[in-house]
Design a protein around this ligand. Structure first.
Ligand SMILES: *Cc1c(COP(=O)(O)O)cnc(C)c1O
Length: 385
């Protein structure tokens, strides 16, 4: 039997046609497919701008650059995330620290944030940037986070890699109501895919311009931005030290096609989540509270403690049954590289507690009821016997 993955893409004929159309066209990159994908994204997200980039990670790096984060600056994020959420700060020489999580949601804990801010003010170690992570596709409590950080003049970025298609207070995640910008990822396990790819949404015009410049070597071809007189029609200027983080037109066309199906994808994910919540409620598990605003990138259950079956046993059993469970995430501060920076086990106890119990069950648009029933039956088998 083929393994049921924890997530996977849905690709149909429309997607394939959109890609082959670009392949037959004049421009495989730097053509019209990029701005049309960006337009579709900004419309969907209700933001003023969308800037497509080669990956979510590249987008996080660009965000740190565009915010002028550098050596001596502090950046805070969640320890329960993919390493890219904090690595971006290290890329620009900044110092990383983490805010412990709320184990009910996997998102940063507001009490921990408040206490850490108060302490940081006393010790003169306030961060310049806070990167919040919408774990599993459920938005953080952005209004409260904005309120808590406002007195300290801290920029907020949303790592919304899990959360395209989610809403917060009935507005799309990515609309940046409470943040400077949001970061999306289009890796195949995420809400929509472009193979690899990502995007930044923002409603700050100058900031968007800066991101576009940095995405493409720091080079401009716009005479309005030239420092010197143009030498001729070939002329361009490099104004800043940028990178090559562009998406291709092949990918952008796929993205535009995928975006048309996003609401259906999310509807399917929500159905699956709701059904897990019903079918698993009598097992010794802490289930994620069903929330209709979440994009349900992950369905992350936690094994109740104390247990006769450890998480490893349950994981190994399900993997043996060809069920592609996963663990999101190994706390970033426990990674050897971060331990090398001075982080220690015990630094973020809620994150570590969560990590020891959490398990991601398969959830994606094409997961069938039969497959879900099979997963549920195996969970009952291992947890009830
Ligand atoms: C996937 C992911 C990223 C990085 O996205 P890539 O497109 O793979 O570079 C960043 N943050 C989180 C939380 C993610 O899940």
């Amino acid at each position: 039997m083929k393994t049921i993955p924890y997530s996977r893409q849905h690709i149909d004929e429309d997607d394939i046609n959109a890609v082959t159309e670009v392949l037959r066209s004049d421009f495989l990159t730097q053509g019209a497919a990029i701005p049309s994908f960006e337009d579709a994204l900004k419309t969907y997200c209700q933001s003023e701008h969308a800037i497509a980039v080669s990956s979510g990670t590249a987008g996080l790096h660009l965000l740190c650059l565009a915010l002028n984060i550098s050596k001596g600056d502090r950046v805070w994020t969640s320890p329960i995330s993919f390493v890219a959420s904090s690595n971006c700060a290290l890329y620009v020489g900044a110092t990383v620290d983490f805010v412990d999580i709320n184990t009910n949601t996997g998102n940063i804990c507001l009490h921990a944030l408040k206490a850490k801010l108060e302490l940081a003010q006393k010790t003169n170690t306030l961060p310049k940037l806070l990167i919040v992570v919408h774990f599993s596709g459920l938005s953080c409590e952005m209004d409260r986070i904005a309120e808590l950080t406002a007195p300290y003049n801290i920029t907020i970025i949303e790592d919304a890699a899990h959360a395209l298609g989610a809403t917060y207070q009935n507005k799309p995640v990515g609309s940046c109501v409470y943040s400077q910008a949001s970061l999306l990822s289009f890796h195949p396990v995420k809400s929509i895919t472009t193979g690899e790819g990502g995007a930044i949404t923002t409603s700050d015009h100058a900031f968007a311009e800066k991101l576009r410049l940095l995405r493409s070597h720091g080079i401009t071809r716009d005479p309005l931005h030239f420092k010197n007189h143009a030498h001729g029609a070939w002329y361009y200027e490099m104004l800043d030290l940028g990178f090559h983080y562009r998406l291709t037109d092949i990918q952008a066309a796929l993205g535009t096609s995928q975006l048309q199906k996003l609401d259906n994808f999310i509807a399917k994910r929500r159905e699956i989540a709701q059904r897990y919540t019903t079918l698993l409620q009598d097992l010794p598990l802490i289930l994620p509270t069903y929330n209709h605003e979440s994009a349900w990138h992950l369905y992350a259950i936690q094994l109740k403690a104390p247990l006769d079956k450890t998480r490893k046993e349950v994981f190994d059993f399900l993997r043996h049954e060809n069920i592609g469970v996963n663990v999101h995430y190994i706390p970033i501060h426990l990674q050897p590289y971060y331990q090398g920076l001075g982080f220690k086990e015990g630094n973020f106890p809620q994150a570590e507690h969560f990590y020891n119990r959490v398990l991601s069950l398969p959830i994606y648009p094409d997961l069938t009821l039969e497959q879900q029933d099979h997963i549920v039956a195996k969970l009952w088998h291992i947890l009830k016997c």
